[in-house]
Design a protein around this ligand. Structure first.
Ligand SMILES: *Cc1c(COP(=O)(O)O)cnc(C)c1O
Length: 379
């Protein structure tokens, strides 16, 4: 089956439970005991094995063409649990600069206390990777598309390089989604998601997922059983429901974001647009080779600087002025004042995030309404 069909049918119980076409919510923390279960065989919500978990695990693995998957209580639960599964004191992580803020802080502020060090590299420059390796490098960690500049690393080279050096390759695939990029096809060991974004797509829950090689996902699952970052069955049900329209939403968002990016690039008040679908973007040719679409997030800078950016944010009416991304409603934000406010201004400039930069997550509203609204606000 192809992804569109898998989103609806992969992992669904057969025969259907009491003939219900939709898998019901199993809001039961515990289940009747069988024989000789052992701790991890007990059926209990924290052990991630209710029918609502199982259907999601099978569906997520299917849509990324991977062996197995596990859902978690947030994207950060997936990322931290996965890293803690494979890292020991003395180990080292190689990672891409410009990582998602929570991941960056976990790697640089929490892991050192556990004796784990890290080095940041340019994911688009493979020639810089080898000198960053140490004998204890365990993981090479990258993101499919970064926030907010939507950079595209040499994503095909990452797993090849990692495996040639006995290192695991992890990727945060939140921004690309399996509609646009399938990490397992390129040999990644693990793909991580904030399912709070595109997978659920409706901006009404927080969830995460780790998808990849079966034996590794099983280890992450056992670690998750202990750390406790479990997704509740009701949230599983909502995520399951949201995922059914993933392909429809993401394809529309790919097209709409490209149209908005082209409009902005042609506008006199706009200094720069960052979107991998534009020929002017540094990652354009890599994105064309690797991805089926360029995603629904773009960012841009106004010639008028911070004051003009603030004025625009107050005037737009279709996109909501709010952080986060990947939902049905368009969201607009200024990273220097929100997601990247914690960095000092020099550090922000060094990683290319201008104070006047605006990030737009394109939803599923009419593309023309989004463009008309931006045109009016820019005027
Ligand atoms: C939001 C996000 C996360 C964190 O996910 P939560 O569900 O908020 O915990 C991780 N990575 C990326 C790329 C994100 O956008």
């Amino acid at each position: 089956m192809r992804l569109e069909t898998q989103l609806l049918h992969a992992g669904e119980p057969r025969p259907r439970i009491r003939d219900a076409v939709v898998t019901p919510i199993f809001q039961s923390s515990t289940y009747m005991s069988g024989d000789n279960e052992g701790y991890h065989g007990v059926r209990y919500i924290r052990l991630n094995n209710t029918p609502n978990h199982e259907v999601l695990h099978a569906k997520l693995a299917a849509i990324e063409g991977a062996e197995a998957a596990v859902v978690t209580s947030s994207g950060m639960a997936a990322i931290t649990t996965a890293l803690l599964t494979v890292l020991r004191s003395g180990d080292h992580v190689l990672c891409q600069s410009n990582l998602y803020g929570g991941t960056h802080d976990f790697i640089t502020k929490d892991l050192p206390g556990l004796g784990v060090t890290s080095t940041f590299v340019d994911a688009a420059d493979p020639s810089s990777w080898e000198r960053a390796l140490t004998p204890r490098t365990k993981v090479f960690y990258v993101e499919a598309l970064t926030n907010p500049l939507v950079l595209v690393g040499d994503l095909a080279a990452v797993p090849r390089f990692a495996h040639a050096h006995g290192v695991l390759a992890f990727i945060d695939n939140t921004f690309a989604t399996p509609v646009n990029f399938r990490p397992a096809d390129h040999g990644y060991d693990l793909s991580l998601h904030s399912a709070s974004k595109y997978l659920n797509g409706h901006t009404d829950l927080v969830a995460g997922a780790a998808i990849g090689r079966g034996e590794l996902v099983q280890k992450v699952k056992l670690k998750l059983d202990h750390l406790g970052g479990t997704l509740d069955p009701h949230a599983c049900f909502l995520l399951h429901r949201g995922m059914k329209t993933l392909a429809l939403r993401v394809r529309y968002q790919n097209e709409s974001a490209l149209a908005v990016a082209r409009f902005l690039e042609g506008h006199a008040a706009v200094a720069r647009v960052h979107y991998p679908g534009l020929a002017s973007h540094a990652g354009h040719s890599r994105a064309r080779e690797l991805m089926r679409g360029f995603g629904g997030v773009l960012s841009f800078e106004l010639r008028g600087g911070v004051d003009a950016a603030e004025a625009l944010l107050r005037r737009v009416e279709v996109a909501a002025f709010a952080p986060s991304l990947g939902g049905t409603e368009s969201l607009i934000t200024r990273p220097a004042a929100t997601s990247h406010a914690g960095l000092d201004p020099d550090e922000r400039r060094r990683i290319g995030i201008a104070d006047a930069l605006i990030r737009l997550s394109v939803g599923i509203e009419s593309t023309d309404d989004l463009i008309d609204d931006l045109a009016r606000a820019l005027r």
